[in-house]
Design a protein around this ligand. Sequence first.
Ligand SMILES: Cc1cc2nc3c(=O)[nH]c(=O)nc-3n(C[C@H](O)[C@H](O)[C@H](O)COP(=O)(O)O)c2cc1C
Length: 434
Amino acid sequence: MLSGIILAESKQPETNSFIIPYFGWKNVLKHCASAFTLPCGTVLTNRIAKSALSENIGSYSHAPTPTLIQAYRVWASGHPGLLITGNIMVDKRALGEPRNVVVEDYTHFDQLQEWANAVKGTEVHLWPQINHPGRQAFSWINKEVVAPSKVSIKLGGASWLFREPKPLEEFEIWEIIKRFGNTARICKEAGFTGCQIHGAHGYLVSQFLSPLTNQRNDQWGGSLVNRARFVVEIYKEIRKQVGPKYPIGIKINSADFQRGGFDELESMQVVEILSQLGMDLIEISGGTYERPTMVKGNRKKSTEEREAYFLDYIEKVRQKTDKPLMLTGGFRTVSVMETALANQKVDIVGLGRPFCLYPQLAQDIFKEKKSHFSTPIPKIGVPLLDRIGGVELPWYEMQIQRLGEGQKPDPKLSGLRVFGTTISRLIRKSFQKN
Ligand SMILES: Cc1cc2nc3c(=O)[nH]c(=O)nc-3n(C[C@H](O)[C@H](O)[C@H](O)COP(=O)(O)O)c2cc1C
């Protein structure tokens, strides 16, 4: 058995029944509002989770800012079960965006503590999402870009935005693994109540998993067991540094949706491996910068009418694991979320963009104030940019910034204005020394 090769022990999950808190007679049937216990014993007070959304409002020296922290206070006041931060980088030399938070030592520990404190008194869990971008790192803001192999990003007319990556040496791989553990430990010490490895969307962990981007012929490449070694070692390192009872989750692709890439079969095998290692929560997503299905779904499949993009995959992977599954991508309608939970297809409903426009959405669901959370797709009419979400992602980040500045979300925010701000931030960062 594939998983047997790398694994030592396996744990049985605890069963979860729907324990429905009382919110008034209308709400007793809400599965979304029921508590959930993770295998490690952590209790999430309900099934609604904010998935990671890169906020891009850290300081230019990569510390959490008051604006960022305030946005989390706003989200916490809506009492979802779990808030996962936007990706926090493990190395300031490897940035996805100019204003990413980086946790590699204790430099910004006070601000980190304040961030963790944003949920104080709410019972909301707050987990950092830990990431290394690998080759998906703009050349403007990164002097050197590393990856498993020398395979550049192909984005047509936008490929020039990225450098050809330098293949990682063995000792550098181990150093990055250590960094994931350090970041998780420091965040734990600051007060975060669990953590998530970013194993999806074409970043470094996902680059190691995919045969398209991992063309190594050492112990880190080739067979799936070898390609999965990086994430397995990251899990082990984090576990070593945070102890046995601390929740560790992962966000993983159902597939990259690229010919010859990481596919559903391989993804299910990796889920099996991670389950047996003891992962506490497995979030399912999909896609990469080259195929951004994480925010669009896979148009080739007729999943649109089912709303949640990767629901068909989660039905299959459910047979391979009894670890808790979170599904993110496309959920907008409360009845769809309820049905997915009621049929036990998913344990946790993950939402991204809706949290930017409806920060109190968990309460809106529980109190039956809203039954649908629509999210626009802002465009500026430049096909290349519109195709890769060059405006959409900054538009949603800008909504997070508004939350942090005490403003209400603005669904009519101009895409052009957002685009201008994004460019000026990139230029500013590219002129900085570090
Ligand atoms: C502005 C923005 C930033 C995002 N940043 C991250 C991130 O840091 N890490 C991550 O795993 N996913 C990130 N995502 C993807 C979301 O977590 C989520 O998978 C995606 O938006 C689909 O969910 P939704 O349809 O509910 O928005 C981001 C999405 C958006 C729109």
